[in-house]
Every structure is written in C-alpha cells, then in structure tokens.
Design a protein around this ligand. Structure first.
Ligand SMILES: C[S@@+](CC[C@H](N)C(=O)[O-])C[C@H]1O[C@@H](n2cnc3c(N)ncnc32)[C@H](O)[C@@H]1O
Length: 336
C-alpha cells in the first residue's frame, strides 16, 4: 500500500529519520518513494499505520494514498475513484495544506458532493467514520484516506512539570521519544539511560514495551525516576545509583539512549564535559550488545567524534537549536 505520512515540520531531517528508524526497528519491509516538505510517501504493508501511530513523535497523520492530481483537476481525479470501495459509514472531506494556499472550504464542498453522489453515504463534518484527506503539497493534491491520527495528548500530558518528580533540565517527551526511536529498539529490547535524571527518556521507552534500566549519580534522581516510571504504569524497570563511568550490568543492552549533563560553569563546561563524555563512552562499550546503538544528546561545543575511538562509528547527526548560545546535537552511534 502507498502510505503518506504527514511529518512535523519542526526540524528539517529528524522526522524522516525517525520514520525510517521505526520501520527498520519493527522489521517492516518498506521503500521511501518520496520525501518532501512535511511529508513522506512510503510503500509498506497496510498494518504499518498502527505501529507508526503508536511510536512516532514527529508526525501528525498516517494516510492511504489513493491518487494524486494537479491543482485544477482534483474534481476529475475524485470522479475517477471508486468511492464505494473506500467509504465506510459517514464521511467528510477535509483538505490539509502542507505547502501552498487555496480556498479549502469551497473545494471540500464540491469534492464531498462527488463522493455523496457516488455512494449516497452520510456526511458528518464533526466525527466522520472515514476522513478523506486531500493534501496540498505545492502544485499537487495527494488524495488520501486517513488511517491514523497521531495526537499530541500524550506529549502534553507527559510534560516534565506535570510528572510527580520534577527537576529543571528535563528533555521534552517528544524529543525523548524520538531519540528512543532513532536508537532502533523495539518492544522486548533493553535500553539503558546512564544519566537518567527525572527519567524522561526511560518513560518513553517503557511506554513502548521496552525493558528500561536507569542510572544516576544522585539518589534524588534515582528515586524520582522510579516514582515517575510508576506514575506512567511502567513496571519493567531497574534504576540504580551509579556513576555512569563505573556502571556494571548483568546483561548487555540493545541501546543506550541518554542526555548527559552539559557542564556546570560556562567557562569550564567544555573541558569538564569532554572528560566525562570520553570516560563514559569508554565504559559504555561493554554495556552494549554487539551492533548495539547509542543515541546521545550533546551540546554543540563538544566534538564527540574526537573523543571516540575506532570501536564506535557516528552514523547520524542532527542539530537542534535550543537558544542563542546552545545547539543540541543528537548523534546515533554504532558499536563496531
Ligand atoms: C541533563 S540531566 C538528564 C535529564 C534527563 N534526560 C531528563 O529528562 O530528566 C543529567 C543527569 O546526569 C546526572 N549525572 C551527572 N554526572 C553523572 C555521572 N557521572 N554519572 C551518572 N549520572 C550523572 C545528573 O545527576 C543529572 O540527573
């Protein structure tokens, strides 16, 4: 099936990278046919939409691509579709503009009338059973049926200040989810965050059915993470107090996903963090399974590549500007 994924436009490359990583982690056979502004078209089995809805952070909707048209011949394209095979129950036509501007309301009415004439189905603009979604992408309409909506409810409810244990410096749940996805893990795998703080990354991984292990040098954080994980109904976890550089595990993990501290004072931050990061990477190697992955955030002023030896390889790298003086760099690192 041709599937159109409407991606977030918050970042130029992370949303597509996350989509690819989830499809690969879930071992879904797929091919990316097109990647454009705010969207990707993939060839994948129909059931892929369920997994994408469950896992993706930087995406809005997953739709079945029916056909495409130019801006002036969308009505002809609508007439060429056999709607009786597509419409179940009531329906509505709602255009989504990704790129470009048109008068949607008038066109939605005309397109809806074509479907109504073909099927006799009831129109329900409030809560339709089938949502027909023509997506405006520049000079084209991608005419689709929505399969799943990725609501932001979870990301709003899981904001750090709404958790039982809060401490400043927590990562947004959306980015935490995306980092877990980039690490390539799936339900049943084991993930470690050795600088777990308030547990933001572990919450996202735990909610995906991953066995989570956290460590922090500070007891307050260890207890806070446990409290937060329980709050989200996560039971398959272990949190230990340890320096990330001396951490010992009984079994290696599939991935390490982490957001280490960025340094204390501005003047010495680079130097202190470099030492910590180097020592951490050194000690992380045996904690990972063969071909395991590290997905790690670091401030832009740390040249992580220079701190790594040949046992690691940086496969992907994404910069996220936080404010004037800080850009976060997310790296996906492979154990060789
Ligand atoms: C930036 S915070 C992590 C934030 C976390 N991602 C969250 O969402 O809450 C870094 C954490 O690393 C811990 N930490 C600092 N040095 C450490 C070390 N050497 N070993 C383990 N944890 C350490 C701190 O106590 C702090 O909780």
């Amino acid at each position: 099936m041709e599937i159109l994924v409407i991606l977030s436009q918050e970042h130029p490359s992370l949303p597509l990278a996350e989509l690819r990583a989830v499809l690969e982690a879930e071992k879904i056979s797929f091919r990316i046919k097109e990647a454009g502004k705010g969207h990707a078209i993939i060839d994948a089995p129909p059931q892929a939409h369920r997994i994408l809805k469950e896992r993706l952070a930087y995406a809005h909707e997953v739709c079945q691509l029916l056909t495409s048209s130019g801006l002036d011949d969308s009505e002809d394209a609508f007439r060429s579709i056999h709607w009786k095979d597509i419409i179940e129950g009531s329906f509505a036509v709602r255009i989504r503009k990704l790129d470009g501007e048109i008068d949607s309301q008038e066109l939605e009415r005309r397109l809806g009338a074509i479907i109504k004439e073909d099927t006799g189905a009831a129109v329900d603009l409030e809560d339709p059973w089938t949502l027909i979604r023509p997506v405006l992408a520049g000079e084209r309409f991608l005419i689709t049926r929505r399969l799943a909506e990725i609501t932001k409810d979870h990301f709003n409810q899981a904001k750090p200040h709404l958790r039982p244990f809060f401490y400043p410096g927590s990562m947004s749940p959306k980015l935490a989810r995306c980092m877990v996805n980039l690490s390539g893990v799936r339900a049943g795998d084991r993930v470690l965050d050795p600088f777990c703080g308030t547990g933001g990354i572990l919450i996202e991984a735990g909610l995906m059915g991953i066995h989570v292990i956290g460590a922090d040098i500070d007891w307050k954080m260890v207890e806070g993470t446990e409290q937060n994980l329980r709050h989200y109904g996560i039971t398959d976890f272990k949190v230990i107090r340890s320096d990330a550089r001396n951490l010992k595990l009984q079994e290696p993990v599939n991935a390490i996903v982490t957001d280490p501290p960025y340094g204390i004072s501005a003047s010495t931050a680079g130097e202190e963090s470099e030492k910590l990061y180097r020592e951490f990477l050194d000690s992380a190697h045996p904690l990972l399974k063969d071909e395991g992955t590290i997905c790690m955030a670091a401030p832009h002023y740390i040249d992580l590549e220079a701190l790594m030896d040949e046992r690691f390889h940086v496969r992907e790298k994404y910069s996220i500007r936080m404010h004037r003086s800080l850009t976060r760099v997310i790296r996906v690192i492979e154990k060789i």
